[in-house]
Design a protein around this ligand. Structure first.
Ligand code: MN
Length: 244
């Protein structure tokens, strides 16, 4: 009996050691924690370290796999009792938030806005982002005084966001560009516009690498912009086919 108990203790101890060694860090496998639901988080279109040194891999992992996933999970939780929020395309819901039941309206505004903002954000970034060219640079020249002036004004506006929010270049149906900011997770679709590009100035977007130096993050971020994707968004906005 004694030897059996001892052996059992040994086995348990060994199991404990093996478990501890096997799980030194929590792996956030995409989607595994999410309730089944109509809203989905798309995988990043590039590795998490693809934007280094401008945005570090750890920030990308936490930002995409946890922050964005949380917005998606919250939406799926709302959709359990309010399936109508998933019955229309996201831009239609965001453009008519007053149609959302009051009890969940703020939650849908924040989480669907966050889902839309981040979907756009991942899409317009990437490695080897190329140059602004074609129709989109013509519009930047025409409406915003050229690329350098636009970037300086965009960075300044992003620096002035007090608390959490976004800085955007919005695009109208006619293709006109304007630099604007929004608080929290508000998205220009809520005002009948579209985001051509947007940068996240919530601290979670940059704090690990830049701490309080938001201006440095805003400046460096342009190195992570994928201008081909931006050009495609501009064409889609003018064609009326741009989603979020
Ligand atoms: Mn964010």
């Amino acid at each position: 009996m004694t030897s059996l108990m001892s052996r059992r203790h040994l086995v348990l101890a060994a199991t404990g050691i093996a478990a501890a060694a096997a799980a030194p860090r929590i792996v956030f496998a995409q989607g595994t924690m999410a309730p089944a639901g109509p809203f989905k988080l798309d995988p990043l279109g590039y590795p998490t370290n693809a934007l280094e040194p401008h945005i570090d891999a750890r920030t990308m992992e936490i930002h995409h796999d946890r922050h964005h996933q949380a917005y998606v999970n919250n939406l799926n939780n709302f959709a359990k009792d309010n399936p109508q929020i998933a019955a229309k395309p996201i831009p239609e819901v965001l453009a008519s938030l007053n149609d959302v039941p009051e009890a969940i309206r703020t939650g849908v505004r924040n989480n669907m806005g966050g889902h839309a903002n981040h979907t756009m954000f991942w899409q317009i970034m990437g490695p080897n982002g190329g140059k602004a060219e074609g129709d989109v640079i013509a519009a930047i020249d025409r409406d915003l005084g050229g690329l350098e002036k636009m970037q300086a004004a965009f960075n300044a506006a992003g620096g002035r966001v007090f608390g959490s929010g976004w800085v955007f270049v919005t695009v109208s149906k006619e293709g006109k560009l304007v630099i604007e900011t929004r608080p929290n997770q508000d998205n220009p679709i809520m005002d009948g516009k579209r985001a051509l590009i947007g940068n996240d100035v919530w601290e979670h977007a940059y704090y690990l690498n830049y701490q309080n130096r938001r201006a440095d993050y805003l400046k460096a971020w342009w190195n992570a912009v994928n201008w081909k994707a931006v050009g495609e968004r501009y064409a889609a906005a003018k064609a009326g086919t741009l989603g979020v």
